[in-house]
Design a protein around this ligand. Structure first.
Ligand code: SF4
Length: 265
């Protein structure tokens, strides 16, 4: 079985991504371990293979339309989730959770996703890879639009998210991924699109919420400024830990991080 996508080929060459920018902003030390040292992860939270699997099944629904049934989705989820979990380094579950717990949770979330699925627009692309230039950066910006739709004259990038809880009001309007992806779309097509997050909560009773957002040309200018500042900081070797309970609780490099200052001293 292969889940190879065009984006995987693009990622083989040096590049920037939204994840790399976001990782640096959250914790430059973690950026160093992941993108410079390519250190082995000490643990992989199940949320990573779970999210990848959920995306893969929603991509199939987007491609196949109404012919894709809930039964198809459940069967595909089990197969992909097994593949994704087996491919993980040091996969960890919380106590009293296991593969079958999350398999069932995934099926419950898919029930909501398929029941709420809007089919009143044209699907322009699914899992569309992009590689665009950003002025001043030495490497292209690459990424993948989950889904692009056309409704009347509006083109919309849709991004599927699995989240522990419902997003707070205003989060979508501040989100760097929406800025990065709208910028990339504008570079690729010359059109500034709408952006929609479809957020599925991983609660015992899952829920689905949609958040629309827009970006301006000034947002794009600020993104270019930020991206250049990050590249300069990385090239200068500025990597320091940003310790907080939110950052460090599930960090895959916490053991390595605890010892980092001893190596420098
Ligand atoms: S443990 Fe915390 S400070 Fe250290 S790399 Fe991870 S997120 Fe950063």
């Amino acid at each position: 079985m292969t889940m190879e996508r065009e984006i995987e080929t693009m990622r083989e060459a040096p590049h920037w991504s939204y994840s790399a920018f976001q990782t640096y902003l959250a914790c430059p030390m973690r950026y160093y371990f992941r993108y410079i040292e390519h250190a082995e992860v000490e643990r992989t939270s199940v949320s990573m293979p779970f999210g990848r699997t959920f995306h893969a099944v929603l991509s199939e629904r987007a491609r196949r339309g109404l012919a894709y049934t809930v039964k198809d989705a459940h069967e595909a989820f089990a197969v992909y989730f097994k593949f994704e979990t087996e491919a993980c380094e040091n996969l960890t579950y919380k106590p009293e959770e296991d593969f079958w717990f999350w398999n069932q949770r995934g099926c419950d979330m898919l029930d909501i996703a398929l029941a709420d699925w809007p089919d009143d627009y044209l699907v322009k692309s699914v899992a569309e890879a992009f590689s665009v230039k950003v002025p001043g950066l030495s490497k292209p910006l690459v990424g993948e639009f989950d889904l692009v739709t056309v409704d009347g004259g509006d083109e919309t990038i849709c991004d599927w998210k699995t989240a522990a809880m419902k997003w707070p009001v205003g989060k979508a309007d501040r989100d760097l991924q929406a800025t990065t992806f709208c910028y990339a779309f504008q570079q690729k097509y010359g059109v500034n699109p709408l952006f929609r997050f479809d957020v599925f909560t991983k609660a015992k009773t899952p829920a689905h919420h949609q958040f629309y957002t827009l970006r301006t040309s000034d947002d794009f200018d600020r993104f270019v400024f930020l991206a250049n500042r990050i590249e300069t900081a990385v090239n200068t070797g500025i990597f320091f830990p940003v310790e907080s309970s939110m950052n460090c609780a599930e960090c895959a490099y916490s053991g390595r991080c605890k010892a980092a200052h001893r190596k420098v001293a």
